[in-house]
Design a protein around this ligand. Structure first.
Ligand code: AMP
Length: 405
């Protein structure tokens, strides 16, 4: 299918062409016609599938020209909000529409101004939007299109009640577009409540890692984790790397240690940092000014960062889906990426949950050349592991069972 067949306005097609897209992705092909018809949509799709354009292009088409705030997009993080805004700004560059970004951690002034200017599209995180609603800085009673993006993430982050409160303030008669990578019961209930006869579209749900990512578990005693991390970073030199942490404190601590070890071209990104610092860290990483980004899961979902060569999970992620999201930062498009997950025995349950989700066993490896002063646990249960072991194959790293120092 060609973009021309989707009946989008010429101004939008021009922007799509300037963006260099040849043809719609499957989610765009399926959602755009239904959205143009005014239908509600439930899309099970993650970032990376072209989801943003799937809702942005038809929304821009329907809004057509500047009037008043008619479209509200709720998204879990500030970074995603900025990314969506960039997309709308680009696809809508030949249209006369106003955009407004609403998120916490920054001053209220410019956001109030955007609201006053009657931004046609407001892109918001739930907390700040509720703040502004309670201050009566805006009303949602003329919203025509409501887009709930990354709903499962909003659930994880404890925003679901906030989302409900916001939805209640929108008119009953509206078009609602709902996107979530996963559909647990809570989310299904929310969808049933918020949507009217939705069309369900499930595409590109990537519950397995891309083939272009070479990923493995590296068992290591907790005492040696930092040493192993430092060793990996040395080995991969200054190639672009994201190191994921479960906790903000962990991320800060490791950044401090790495700096003390002489590694300066790093930045930390988590929700305790102010928005300006987070945006700068992300931009510096995207621009290649820093090679290593240390982040909590705020960066694992959604963010479209190209050319990440390595992902290191300092801990096994708490939520299985985050494993796929985290390692999905690398190996995007057709480029090859490598993902390392440092693993200590107390995290076995989490590994099993991840393997159940992705339907495959993650190869177990030892890091070649690393001095395991404390022998790691190599006896990690798993059907495939046993088979691999029998065949003596443990992936590209060193074999388990080899004599270690
Ligand atoms: P998203 O899922 O919206 O985060 O999009 C993932 C990436 O795919 C972004 O870099 C988009 O610019 C890109 N993209 C979106 N639609 C298309 C398309 N039709 N053809 C090629 N790339 C696309």
């Amino acid at each position: 299918m060609q973009f021309q067949e989707l009946n989008l306005r010429e101004e939008i097609l021009m922007a799509v062409k300037e963006r260099g897209y040849d043809e719609p992705t499957p989610i765009q092909e399926k959602s755009i016609p239904s959205i143009l018809l005014g239908r509600d949509i439930i899309g099970s799709a993650q970032t990376g599938t072209g989801k943003t354009a799937a809702f942005a292009l038809p929304t821009l088409h329907l809004l057509k020209k500047h009037s008043h705030t008619r479209c509200l997009i709720l998204t879990p993080t500030r970074e995603l909000a900025c990314q969506i805004e960039e997309n709308f700004a680009f696809y809508g560059k030949h249209l006369d529409l106003g955009l407004g970004l609403i998120y916490g951690g920054v001053g209220y002034g410019p956001q109030r101004q955007a609201i006053k200017n009657g931004a046609d599209v407001l892109i918001a995180t739930p907390g700040r939007l509720l703040d502004l609603l309670s201050q009566k800085a805006l009303r949602l009673d003329r919203i025509e299109i409501l887009i709930l993006d990354e709903v499962d993430r909003m659930l994880d982050m404890g925003f679901i009640e906030d989302v409900r409160k916001i939805v209640r303030q929108c008119p009953k008669k509206r078009q609602t577009l709902f996107f979530s990578a996963t559909m647990p019961d809570t989310i299904n209930n929310l969808a049933e409540w918020a949507l009217h006869k939705p069309i369900e579209i499930s595409i590109g749900m990537r519950v397995s890692p891309a083939d272009t990512v070479d990923h493995a578990l590296y068992p290591v005693d907790a005492m040696l984790k930092f040493d192993l991390l430092a060793y990996i970073l040395k080995k991969i030199e200054d190639e672009s790397t994201i190191i994921f942490f479960q906790t903000k404190a962990g991320a800060d601590r490791i950044a401090k240690w790495l700096r003390q070890h002489g590694k300066q071209n790093i930045a930390v990104m988590h929700s305790d940092h102010n928005q300006r610092d987070r945006a700068k860290a992300l931009q510096d990483f995207k621009d290649g000014k820093i090679s290593t980004l240390i982040a909590t899961d705020i960066a694992s979902r959604g963010l479209d960062i190209r050319g990440v060569q390595h992902v290191i999970n300092y801990d096994v992620p708490q939520h299985s889906e985050d494993y796929v999201h985290r390692i999905g930062r690398t190996g995007r498009a057709k480029s090859e990426g490598e993902a390392y997950t440092l693993f200590s025995p107390d995290q076995m349950d989490k590994v099993q949950a991840i393997e159940n989700l992705i339907g495959q066993e993650i190869p177990r490896r030892l890091m070649e050349g690393f001095k395991y002063r404390i022998p790691p646990m190599t006896d990690i249960p798993g059907k495939a592991a046993t088979q691999q072991k029998k065949r003596g194959l443990m992936g590209r790293g060193e074999k388990f069972g080899r004599k270690r120092r």
